[in-house]
Ligand binder design. Structure first.
Ligand code: GDP
Ligand code: MG
Length: 167
């Protein structure tokens, strides 16, 4: 089975770093024309009888507020068509207005979403990890919540397992 997995989050949360961890050397397809396709394919992971296609979904990889406003006014999250699972990446040490905007779009999409709290290596005290989680969980139900470090590879295997089980 082949499914689209969207890696979404505001700039600088670690999407590219996570993708490199997930597909590593297996990166086989890249597109330089995001505007010509619904999803920009970032990488493909084929193994053990499953294929995960990681995509960068225009409208959720948001660089500026004007863009998101335009996209959010567009008919019901059309850019998310064909996505089977969303990996919603946030910086586990902070929550910003841009994260909030991505969250609102995901809520509207009603897609199964895994919340990934990235950069856990920056969290000294485990109790300080993402204090916004409770509030967030009241707004949206997540398939799972996983603290990760894309940079160090921490828990990336757990993310792969969730993806595999979902496809
Ligand atoms: P993107 O804009 O969402 O694609 O984010 P990038 O993958 O380009 O990462 C943005 C910055 O965060 C880079 O400097 C990365 O090295 C850093 N970064 C990504 N993941 C981690 C992590 O798990 N821990 C730490 N400490 N830094 C990270
Ligand atoms: Mg990037």
């Amino acid at each position: 089975h082949c499914g689209f997995i969207a890696i979404v989050g505001r700039p600088n949360v670690g999407k590219s770093t996570l993708l490199n961890r997930l597909v590593g050397q297996k990166l086989s397809i890249t597109s330089r024309k995001p505007q010509t396709t619904r999803h920009r394919i970032m990488g493909v992971d084929t193994r053990d009888g499953y294929q995960a296609v990681y995509v960068d979904t225009p409208g959720l990889h948001i660089e500026e507020k004007r863009t998101i406003n335009r996209l959010m006014n567009r008919a019901a999250s059309s850019s998310l068509t064909d996505v089977e699972l969303v990996l919603f990446l946030v910086d586990g040490t902070m929550w910003t207005d841009d994260d909030e905007m991505v969250l609102n779009k995901l809520i509207k999409s009603e897609l199964p979403t895994v919340l990934l709290l990235n950069k856990v290596d920056n969290v000294k005290d485990k109790h300080e990890l993402f204090p916004h989680l409770e509030e967030l969980s009241r707004k949206m139900e997540f398939v799972d919540v996983v603290p990760v470090s894309a940079k160090h590879g921490t828990n990336v295997d757990a993310v792969e397992k969730i993806v595999r089980e979902h496809l």
